[in-house]
Design a binder for this molecule. Structure first.
Ligand SMILES: [Zn+2]
Length: 248
């Protein structure tokens, strides 16, 4: 990692509530260096309540939290990881090819948690990440192993949010593990182009959640293979376009 990234990571850990000593151990740098970064030019430490998740806050949060959460939940189930260490970190991997999607992912993390968000460049993709003690409250699905090797079940309160915002949830799923493609078909010498959506995921549970959210919106789907869902009927594609659209 480059020094500015380490410094940004140290500051975000500190702002998320870690002590200087904890940050120094986590980033593997001397205490005085980390203390200087965190304290000598301090940004105002955020009010503790601002860093709590909407599940733990006493006051009612902004309702836009919920639609952004539904989107983030879709991204997380598609291509996210939550590592629960001293300070938990939520990471979502976004391909370099879709810069608007990277920005949308960052916005969703900020809207949901008001925590700081970093981009870490990897080969061919960007990890959008945020440290915060409350991420596990929002993603109780975290656990050892890969998602398709364990059961993925939504908590009742998560189901309620998806039921209220199925389109946002689907946008997250299709942005991470889906795509909108153009099918070219030739019928009696004439060429037609049919757009359709695909969603591919190895987890039968996550596939079931995608089907459920499509059913909530009355959008027809079918399975091409065990791990691959397709939305191809013209009215269904038009309906999904209102919620998802092509990646950019
Ligand atoms: Zn919480």
């Amino acid at each position: 990692m480059h020094p500015p990234e380490i410094r940004a990571r140290a500051r975000s850990l500190y702002l998320a509530g870690a002590t200087v000593a904890e940050v120094s151990r986590t980033v593997g740098l001397p205490y005085p260096t980390v203390r200087h970064w965190c304290k000598d030019r301090p940004e105002p430490k955020r009010r503790a309540s601002a860093l709590r998740c909407f599940r733990c806050r006493s006051e009612a949060g902004d309702p836009s939290d919920r639609s952004q959460f539904a989107y983030l939940l879709g991204l997380y189930l598609g291509d996210g990881h939550l590592v629960v260490g001293r300070v938990p970190v939520l990471r979502i991997f976004c391909a370099d090819a879709w810069p608007d999607l990277i920005a949308a992912c960052e916005d969703a993390m900020r809207d949901v948690m008001a925590a700081s968000v970093q981009r870490v460049q990897k080969q061919g993709c960007v990890a959008v990440q945020s440290y915060g003690k409350h991420w596990p409250c929002l993603f109780p699905q975290h656990g050892p192993g890969r998602k398709h090797e364990r059961a993925i079940v939504l908590a009742d309160w998560q189901r309620e949010i998806v039921e209220a915002h199925p389109g946002d949830f689907l946008r997250g799923l299709f942005h991470s593990d889906g795509c909108r493609v153009s099918n070219r078909v030739t019928v009696r010498g004439r060429r037609y182009v049919y757009p359709r959506y695909m969603f591919v995921n190895e987890s039968a549970d996550i596939m079931g959640l995608c089907q459920w959210a499509l059913d909530l919106l009355g959008i027809a789907w079918r399975m091409n293979r065990r791990n691959s869902l397709s939305v191809a009927r013209r009215d269904a594609v038009a309906a999904l376009d209102r919620h998802v659209g092509p990646k950019s």
